[in-house]
Design a binder for this molecule. Sequence first.
Ligand SMILES: [Zn+2]
Length: 422
Amino acid sequence: MAQKADLFPHDSSLERLPVAQRDKKMSRKLQRLIAHAYGKAPGFKLRMDAAGIKPGDIKALADLQRIPVLRKDDLIKLQKELPPFGGYLAVPLDEIDHIYQSPGPIYDPQRRLKQGTLPPDMGKGQIAVNTWSYHITPAGMLMDRLLRAMGFTVFPAGTGNTDLLVQIMRDLKVSYFVGTPSFLAAIIKRAEEMGYDIQKDFSLKYAQVFGEMGGDPLRKMFSEKYGITCVGGDNYLTADIGPIAGSCEKGAGMHVNTDVIVEIVDPSTGRELPAGEVGEVVVTPFDEVYPLIRFGTGDLSMLVTETCACGRTTPRLPKIMGRSGDAVRVRAMFVHPRQTDEVISKFGEIARYRILVTRPADRDEMLLQVELKSGPADRDAWEESLRKEFQNTCKVRFDALEVLPADSIPGGEKTIVDRRVY
Ligand SMILES: [Zn+2]
């Protein structure tokens, strides 16, 4: 498929420009983005018209907050009204290669890989294992394209069978690992249990591990104990937007990518908050394909605007501090109460349920607690089918199931309770 020219090409010089100069350039880019989206994306035009805003009203970055935040729920609703992309696809369908489904469900057309954002050619003659491959998410596909562009031969894998992956990584002399920090930790632990010496028996040199909060202690362990160089650090990306911010090599948080605008807003009003205040991350990607202008990620963070020791002048997100809504991110996948309700509704024996998310040892764990109306005839088969259904719908497994006596689950609480401490 022919790659059309970028309307908003990546410009790496923006990262180090004085703030006022960059803001000026970004404001002009924003005006072009708004005009493009208003003309080509009927869903965006609808929202602008409903709010009584004309494209010409958005002249500078500060005007952006006049546009209502597009929340996941709005997009789900819009996609039902204007299927399949809610009127946000701003190019003809034949210009997109893939479509993804993210929880909601939301259909996301694939964005273009911006020219000039590819890392150097470091993978020639080497094998990478991409354990994101069997999640049907943009992250898995994006990593596949990036790895191949870097010259690697890719072994596509999932996170299902740790023993098998240990074998594969050893047999193929895999030098580059892509996945979550906790999954790499599990592989290393298993390999050691199997009697292997990671540094002697394996060829693993690099790990690009992300997708979970709090990965830094594990990265430190991979590098100090096993000599594995961690590439990229804590990248922040979402299924709907793609890459948003990438970690600073000076360890000063994650720099906002210059291909997006990030605002931190008050989740209840959608108005921008001053630097240093915690609020919801709202992202506007410079993307001509799927311009989700002011997309509310539901993630909580804050902006640090002081110039960084690395020389970049772009604002930083120190870390993602949690979720502003009900969806909870567990082992890199968002789990929304709407999905878990759907699973539970298929099991008539369950009267009430609750999910507890904890992080005992650098790994997210999910406990499903249920109260039963009636005991299932074959408890093992029932539990197995519940596990299967849960994983199919939520794309992530629960770690344990607990059957509680009636009226043990407190009323009025959230369905998914996040008890993780970072
Ligand atoms: Zn920096």
